[in-house]
Design a protein around this ligand. Structure first.
Ligand code: FES
Length: 602
């Protein structure tokens, strides 16, 4: 960007004190991004979500109030400088305050999952060789010596490794440690006997769950979750796709910031476990199809509009170098198959980890997110659907909605007068409510009769309050900034749970399964872990079942990625499972509208 010397101006962000010098007008959201501040922008900067709230600390008069500002702030807030960052264009020196809840905060990043006992058979192996040195009677080239020693005549290596092998062999008296995948020598080095490691990553649209594994023992050495930095470019996958479609540079940026975050996390993990990143010999990445395309920097046009088809669905193994991942030179990144435009390798990893396809039981697997993927197995058949449940369970479009982070109400009970008792993450003053809390609140409102079966708040019920426009709401906490839940918030959740229930009903209808025939329901993801199944049944999100048939399995996609990292058979099984899973498009299923209309009832 050419700097115009006549008009550079400075944006100062508080409370961080960061300053950014600009030469042309841009929105405050873009300015914050350029300054490296990870602001929330759940709607991707469209002025809809209201999450990019900032306060202008100077020059209020220069910043007109937009209609979106008016819809998110009352007059008093506007007068004191509150605006939406995505709607506010800066042209002059300015000081801006970014409230804590507008910054992407540390969420409860669930990395736990249950890993069933399995045989470790890493696709990438470390092999020590001790070779006979050449003499006038034995003139075999170095590589042939290795092939003969390992009895593997088809071994190959890239030029860089071929250059290195002669030095290593001579320096270490014809001994070396080789890292081999299939028929390829990935690296050659000093014989150390050190363990070598791999990284499995579940690339979620809101979080990255990273696992460092010992590739020889299969032991989990360290794990960590971190927010997906792409959130700054839109909470919603479609907003990120739209951003990537604007230019190749944007698409590359989404890929780069993602791998920067993975590199930072993997560096922290290897340090914690006493390794170096150069000892990471193999990587497995899973994600939904949009994430898969964005991390591989594939064209995303085909995911932007119906009929939403992936560019390809097969497993591939690009090099870590190609993707910008810090790891052992020559190492690769296994990316398992995706199933359809909205059913990715994370869903496959979930089903793999839970043994779908291993037996003939009638089972339901649900991974709740902005898009909820649901699979039903009956006998040898496995059918998957994706339903647009929206981000309401992650707090978007809910007035006090937030992700599961300190200060979020995670559980709610109501007494018969509608008075709330809450449990707050971090035991602190509540500042918002996360998905499990909202689900509890609605189930409780139903139980005491405060919400009728059509999902309407009963206005005469004790505990109901009314806003300035006469719209009903309930109050969940006390204090100057109480957390409330309005009829509008309830409507958002009913739409979300209706989409999930309609997906389940379509699968049951399609496979002719009655609810009492379902032998098991496994629910993946953080929301599934915190939600109470009885409440999910009370509001009709799940069919009525024995409670002991329903269990949460944590981050099952991460578990599946770990399995594929350490086991060749798990990769083979995943690739076979991908062929076995049949994708069903809900929007063309004739009964879907009827199931959906029924699903959104309370
Ligand atoms: S309202 Fe600004 S990003 Fe959504």
């Amino acid at each position: 960007m050419d700097i115009n010397p006549e008009h550079p101006f400075t944006v100062e962000f508080q409370p961080s004190g960061l300053r950014l010098i600009l030469d042309e007008p841009i929105t405050l959201l873009d300015a914050a991004r350029q300054a490296g501040l990870m602001m929330r922008a759940d709607c991707g900067g469209k002025g809809i979500c209201g999450k990019c709230k900032i306060q202008l600390l100077s020059d209020l008069g220069d910043h007109p109030v937009t209609n979106s500002d008016k819809s998110h702030f009352d007059q008093n807030s506007i007068d004191t400088g509150f605006r939406l960052a995505c709607e506010t264009v800066v042209r002059n020196n300015i000081k801006v305050y970014i409230p804590q809840d507008s910054i992407i905060s540390s969420q409860v990043l669930q990395v736990d999952g249950r890993l069933h006992k399995m045989e470790v058979e890493p696709p990438t192996r470390r092999i020590a060789v001790s070779l006979k040195s050449p003499d006038l009677e034995d003139l075999r080239p170095d590589l042939v010596r290795i092939k003969d020693d390992l009895n593997q005549s088809d071994l190959t290596a890239d030029l860089g490794v071929l250059r290195r092998i002669p030095h290593i062999l001579r320096q270490y008296h014809w001994k070396a440690e080789l890292v081999i995948r299939d028929q390829k020598i990935l690296s050659a080095g000093q014989p150390t006997g050190n363990r070598f490691v791999g990284m499995a990553v579940d690339v979620g649209s809101t979080k990255l769950a990273c696992y460092l594994m010992d590739l020889e023992s299969g032991e989990l050495l360290a794990a960590r979750g971190t927010p997906n930095p792409q959130i700054a470019y839109g909470e919603d996958i479609m907003a990120r796709i739209a951003y990537a479609l604007q230019s190749e540079e944007n698409a590359k940026r989404l890929q780069t910031i993602l791998f920067d975050a993975i590199n930072q996390t993997s560096q922290a993990l290897v340090r914690e476990a006493g390794f170096e990143t150069t000892q990471i010999a193999d990587v497995c990445l899973v994600g939904n199809t949009a994430m898969h395309h964005l991390f591989l920097n594939l064209p995303v046009e085909s995911l932007a509009a119906s009929p939403f088809v992936p560019a390809f669905s097969e497993a591939i193994y690009p090099s870590t170098d190609d993707l910008g991942l810090k790891a052992m030179p020559g190492s690769g990144v296994y990316t398992p198959p995706v199933i359809a435009g909205f059913v990715g390798s994370d869903h496959l990893a979930f089903l793999l980890s839970e043994g779908f396809g291993n037996d003939q039981r009638t089972r339901l697997g649900i991974d709740i997110g902005t898009n909820t993927e649901i699979a039903m197995q009956k006998g040898a058949e496995i059918v998957s659907v994706s339903t647009a449940s929206g981000p309401a369970f992650e707090g978007a479009h809910i007035r006090f909605g937030m992700r599961a982070a300190p200060g979020a109400i995670e559980h709610v009970t109501l007494d018969n007068n509608g008075k709330a008792k809450t449990q707050v993450i971090g035991n602190q003053t509540p500042i918002g409510i996360c998905g499990s809390g909202i689900l509890d609140a609605i189930a409780e409102m139903r139980r005491i009769g405060l919400l009728n079966s059509r999902g309407r708040m009963v206005k005469e019920f004790p505990g109901i309050l009314f806003d300035g426009e006469g719209k009903p709401y309930i109050q969940l906490s006390q204090g100057s900034q109480p957390v409330t839940l309005s009829q509008k918030d309830v409507d958002q959740i009913l739409l979300a749970k209706g989409a999930i229930r309609a997906g389940i009903d379509v699968l049951m209808d399609h496979l002719d399964v009655k609810s009492n025939e379902i032998e098991e329901v496994v629910i993946a993801g953080a929301f599934g872990t915190f939600m109470l199944p009885e409440h999910a049944m009370r509001i009709g999100m799940l069919p009525q079942l024995d409670l002991d048939k329903v269990y949460a399995v944590g981050n099952a996609a991460g578990t599946g990625a770990r399995m594929m990292l350490i086991s060749k058979s798990a990769r083979l099984k995943a690739e076979n499972l991908a062929r076995q899973i049949r994708y069903l498009e809900l929007t063309v299923y004739p009964e879907f509208p009827m199931f959906y209309a029924r699903g959104i009832q309370a």
